[in-house]
Every structure is written in C-alpha cells, then in structure tokens.
Design a protein around this ligand. Sequence first.
Ligand SMILES: CC(C)(COP(=O)(O)OP(=O)(O)OC[C@H]1O[C@@H](n2cnc3c(N)ncnc32)[C@H](O)[C@@H]1OP(=O)(O)O)[C@@H](O)C(=O)NCCC(=O)NCCS
Length: 156
Amino acid sequence: MSSIQNSFVTNYISMNDIHIKDILRIEKESYNYPWSEKIFNDCVKNNYLCRILELDNELIGYLISSIIQDECHIMNLCIKSNFRGLGYGTLILNELHSELRKLKCKIVFLECRPSNDHALKLYNAQGYNEIGIRKNYYPAPDGYEDAIMLAKNVDW
Ligand SMILES: CC(C)(COP(=O)(O)OP(=O)(O)OC[C@H]1O[C@@H](n2cnc3c(N)ncnc32)[C@H](O)[C@@H]1OP(=O)(O)O)[C@@H](O)C(=O)NCCC(=O)NCCS
C-alpha cells in the first residue's frame, strides 16, 4: 500500500541542467543499462517534457517524455531506490497525466521490460493496458529482451 507522508513537501517541477548530476546518480543505481549524461542533456535542450520530483528539496525522481501532437511517449520514469513503494511513482505519473490533460493529449505510450514487475504493477494500477510487444527492444545480459508496449487514454 502506498503512503506518502503528508508532512513532507513534494515539488513536481521542470528538469534543468543543474539537476542532471543527481539524476545520473539515481539512473546508475537503478538500471543495468543507464542513460548517459549526453542523453539527459539532449532531452532538456531539445524541449522534451522533462520533470523532476523533489521531496523537501531532495531530488527523488524524474520523468522524461516526448509529446508529438496529441500523443505522449514516456521514455524514462525513475524513483530513487530508498523512496520506492511509497507512492511517489504514482504521484509523478498523476502529475504528468494532469499536465497532459491541459495540453489536450489523448494518449500516453510507454515500453516496459516484462521482467519489471514493480513498474508493470504501477502502470496497470494507473490504467495502462498492454497493446503489443516490441521484439528485442532492450539490451540484456544474454542478448536482448522484448518490451511490453502499454498505452493509456487520457480522460479530459
Ligand atoms: C517503477 C517505479 C518507478 C515505481 O515507483 P514507486 O514509487 O516505487 O511506485 P509506487 O510506490 O507509487 O507504487 C505504485 C504501485 O507499484 C507497485 N509497487 C511499487 N513498489 C513495489 C514493491 N516494492 N513491491 C511490489 N509492488 C510494488 C504496487 O502495485 C504499487 O501500488 P500499491 O502501493 O497500491 O500496492 C520504481 O520502482 C523505479 O523507479 N524503478 C526503477 C526504474 C524503473 O524500472 N522504471 C520504470 C521503467 S519502465
């Protein structure tokens, strides 16, 4: 059961250059194949929708997505390991959905490793449905792993 402590102040704000050092630390401890500093820099520079979640001024999560016309594609969503299972993944996703409503986006897509049980539970709980498989999408120790493609309609 997720539980966010009400006495703490959360901030969902735009990512910029000064956040990337903290993000890289979280990224490296979270993924076997982390994004590079250049990828994060490019996303910020090229106006992807890049957001961070702060808890009492500590960066505890981030989200990167691209918006093309009325479609959003989540490319990275991550919560710092010692803050997982507390509802912050749900919070950052709900903040994104609110933004997308204002932007009149109609649908959100993302890919997820079939082995990523926690992420799949989060997405299912937030109304994402499986819409297909991308073969050999992710690098894996023994070659490649397929991706599950998920989508959610954004209700206005
Ligand atoms: C996936 C991720 C973003 C989820 O963030 P989170 O803050 O832990 O998620 P929440 O606390 O909001 O939990 C939401 C739901 O996810 C599932 N979940 C989260 N952590 C879980 C855990 N430790 N055990 C089982 N289920 C878990 C639960 O279904 C939970 O709903 P519930 O609290 O009602 O039971 C986080 O685990 C993460 O950053 N993982 C590493 C990066 C990653 O894999 N990103 C996704 C790439 S597709």
